[in-house]
Write a protein of this length. Sequence first.
Lengths: 322, 361
Amino acid sequence: MERNLTLGSFNSLSRSGTQIKDRRRVPVFKIVSFIILFVFCAVWISPFIILFTGAFRSAQDAMTYPGQIIFPHSGYTIEQFEWILAGKIPTVDGKEVQQPSVQTYQFGYWIMNSCFSAIGGTLIYLLVASLAAYAFVFIDFKYRNLIFAICIGSMVIPGAATTIGNLTNIYSWGLNKSILALIIPGLGGIYGMYLIKTFFAGIPKDLVESAKMDGYSDIQIFFKIILPLGKTVLFVQGLFGFMGGWNDLVWPQMLYPGSTEANMKLWTLQVGMAYVVNNSKAADQVGSALAGGVIAVLPVLVVYLIAQNKIIEGMSSAGIKG
Amino acid sequence: MNQTIRLEEYAKRESRLKAFLSKYGMAVLFLGVFLACFITFFVVPLFYGIHISLTNFKYDHPGREVWNNFRYYKMLFDPKFKPLIYESFWRSFWHTIIFAILMVPMAILIPLILAIFINQKPPGYKVFRCLVYMPSIVPLTAAGSIFTLLFNAKVQHGLLAELFPNTIGKIDFPVQFWPEFHIFGASVNVSWMWVVIYLMCFWGGWGGNFLILSAGLQNVPKALYEAAGMDGCNTFKKAIKVTVPNIKPQIVLCLFTTIIGYMGLYGQNYVLAHPLVTKYAAQPGGVATSTLIYFIQSIIAGDGNAAADLKANYYGLAAAASVVFALIVGTISGIQMYLTRDRKTGNTISRSFEKWNAISR
């Protein structure tokens, strides 16, 4: 018996060094980190649980039994969603009513505008920026490096410095009553172009040159060779563009200030939700804010959960700030 | 004779155009749209903003403005010119700075500690990583609705006030103030709501740092840890003496991006504490939780008649404030670029950025 044991340990020693280590000592630090991470994540996820359970309980419950979050007094319901989508809000006693003092919520318009801003803006920007990145990497022209250095150097200047000028230009072009104004200032953004350019720079130049020998034009090379090769970086950049566009608050709020009916139809979901949350503080209407919060968070959450590997990879490798 | 010369000139011009097109046509085709956008939506607005801040510009009558002798900058920097606006601006400024100073250590330390734990690769670490980053993608209005529910006053059935009636229930977050204090001539009175804003940033404000730091940790050579273990370092000492020096570039990157991020703090304050007013109520940035961007936004994007007046009278003040903001943040970004540049391979800015990218990879 004893002999077997020694033999066994000898065998494991000869196989690999790590196995002995595992046998000799329990990975204490690993277990400790598991426990700490578990507790931490449980605490950090709890606001999501409050958001989702809070949105699916009735307004009456939220006021009478606010502590019963997980198991609401009278069960789960979607009445909060029905009300805010129909532009109604509850009164103090939890009955549905259309309040005359507050402008009707336009969730349909807000969702559409947000989709336009996030998806449309991102797609157009990706095309414009990848064309420019191609020019910077594969086309030789005078002052190329100078132009690129100016673009990169301008990254020190924060976006806030240009918003007033942009806004004034948009007033004078008469675009302040159009949702086009949501996306056009983003088209001059440097950061995405810079990321795409660094990726394109890693593509071997021989590939492009041999394609040129075969008689391909630059446009054909761009669409047939470079774009398929660069789809990873385009995908990652697209995801960040989508989330950035969806979550943007400052610029849309500047464009359409004031809660007039015409303006409210131009708001994005973030501006509208900020209005809803601020209204919900005045009376007992937090339920409507939570329901709106679920609508606002769901698209980004779904995108994140589906593509989380790519997003985490992109964040860690490129060092982008979220 | 005359006609021949004209024809020759024409032919020359034509051939020059053709030569130019064949040389630069592709570059113009590919780069043109982007450069046009960059100039229209970045370069021109930048200088237009400076122009607006130096004139008596009215946004509904552009083109008729004249030089106004630094009037808006006097409002911001001369305490006697318009005392209330001066105080309101510097109050917003110190709010922003103090908040950033309080937030930055937390936004580096907590993700660093968590990244060290994740780097031990406990079972299911990928799930943990996904969950730790998750709050950072939440739109701040959604987060705002959660924290409104949590921290509402007791009369409005705030969740924490109901659960802990004797401690949190006694604080009326939006309305109660801490005592006023003075800092460099600006008086700052702080609402309890800042605690809620801090907690909200603390919940979802450092996910990016966490990912960058944990990516940096994975690149620390294992041999260093083994060597340190041989020399008798315990786990804590290893973390201090081996881990931190090796991920210094990532820490510097996170430090600066976090500072720059919190200099632009706005949304959290707007969503959580919009209706609050102070003695500066009629001034731009007059709410209890105003910041630099809040100051600008309250002139440009306010709701209601009072805000419309502000916009009509102080449009240039917002431009001046954004120029000041850009100078502050631009200086910080410049220092960051300087620190993360590559000393050996030349001094072009683009190269330093490529280096930065390589570091964080």
